[in-house]
Design a binder for this molecule. Structure first.
Ligand SMILES: [Zn+2]
Length: 344
């Protein structure tokens, strides 16, 4: 059995793992971390053209008689009906309540449409902040802890961990990260994907995502809310103001029906904000391409003012490090190599 690995991480923006009914977070819930790790693993596997099912729709179930035991690569690692997760994750939680709570509004001329002096607002709930030590305990001989370390690395460098990432929660930094074999990680994802190749159109895939880093001198929540508002406003006028497209990209709430946003904005850490998202090739309306939609997002971000420091995107001329990179493995490796962009 592989040795357990310990990963210590520090939060740079509040972490939200949910897990309680009252809307308050009493502690870090492992399920929130595992859900996030699984989401990213699925996106990486799909980005390599492998099959990763949508566990909210039709998760696999174990069947000894089928190829791969009837499991997609994500279910093989994270578990499915009749098949347990290949590792246990134990959290040593030394966090404290952290972050704002209550309604917060964008600034400037960002008023609610149709109202003269009312601004839109977003509601924040206090998360947790501080240091967490995560132990990865292998439960199967074929479990490679480096895969999970790699997922934490990707999240650390480009995205956010756990929930409420659409409100900028979950920016983490690994403190004294364990030894990490980047090439081995990329190879492991590639091998997992190759075990069962399939189109997963309509589900998040790394090859349809983008990751931007933006400089800003605006305060943490203000910058995020302003830019979040501006992107939504841009989709109100662009593409004929198509509402289906706007809701698809920016998310929407209608009664109890919630459509998840596909673009995420971090809170500001050291004058830097992250924007990332998944814009699929298959859009809900015809006549508009993924490229046009991502261009619109990039233009809006650029117009916000501060320079876009970096833009990462598979096989795209917009990518500032490896433009038009069509090698999926090389692209993933390059995402993990950006050691120069770390903040305290
Ligand atoms: Zn599955």
């Amino acid at each position: 059995m592989p040795e357990p690995i310990r990963i210590q991480l520090r939060t740079l923006t509040p972490l939200w793992t949910g897990g309680v009914e009252t809307g308050k977070m009493d502690r870090i819930h492992e399920t929130g971390l595992i859900g996030s790790l699984r989401w990213w693993y699925e996106a990486l596997v799909r980005g390599m053209r492998g099959e990763a099912c949508d566990p909210t729709e039709h998760a696999c179930s174990y069947d000894a008689g089928k190829p791969n035991h009837g499991l997609c690569s994500a279910c093989h690692l994270f578990g499915a009906t009749g098949w347990s997760r290949r590792f246990r994750l134990v959290v040593q939680d030394t966090t404290q309540p952290d972050g704002d709570s209550g309604s917060r509004q964008p600034t400037g001329k960002r008023f609610k449409r149709g109202a003269t002096n009312e601004r839109p607002s977003w509601y924040f709930t206090q998360g947790r902040g501080g240091t967490i030590t995560v132990s990865l305990i292998p439960l199967a001989t074929d479990f490679d802890p480096q895969v999970v370390v790699g997922l934490f690395k990707l999240i650390e460098q480009h995205a956010g961990l756990a929930a409420k990432t659409q409100l900028g929660y979950g920016w983490i930094r690994l403190v004294q990260p364990p030894p990490f074999d980047e090439a081995g990680f990329v190879q492991a994802v590639q091998t997992a994907a190759a075990a069962k190749l399939n189109s997963s159109e309509g589900l998040p895939a790394l090859s349809e995502m983008f990751f931007a880093q933006i400089g800003t001198s605006d305060p943490a929540l203000t910058a995020m809310l302003n830019l979040k508002y501006d992107v939504r406003a841009a989709f109100r006028s662009a593409f004929g103001g198509d509402q289906t497209l706007r809701h698809f990209v920016c998310g929407a709430v209608r009664g109890n029906q919630r459509q998840a946003a596909k673009v995420f904005f971090s809170q500001v850490v050291d004058d830097t904000m992250r924007v990332w998202g998944w814009i699929p090739n298959a859009l809900p309306i015809s006549g508009i391409t993924r490229d046009q939609v991502v261009d619109q997002i990039k233009t809006t971000i650029s117009q916000y003012g501060p320079p876009v420091r970096s833009w990462r995107e598979y096989n795209s001329p917009r990518d500032t490090m490896t433009p038009l990179q069509t090698d999926r493995a090389a692209f993933l490796a390059s995402l993990l190599q950006e050691g120069g962009e770390r903040w305290p």
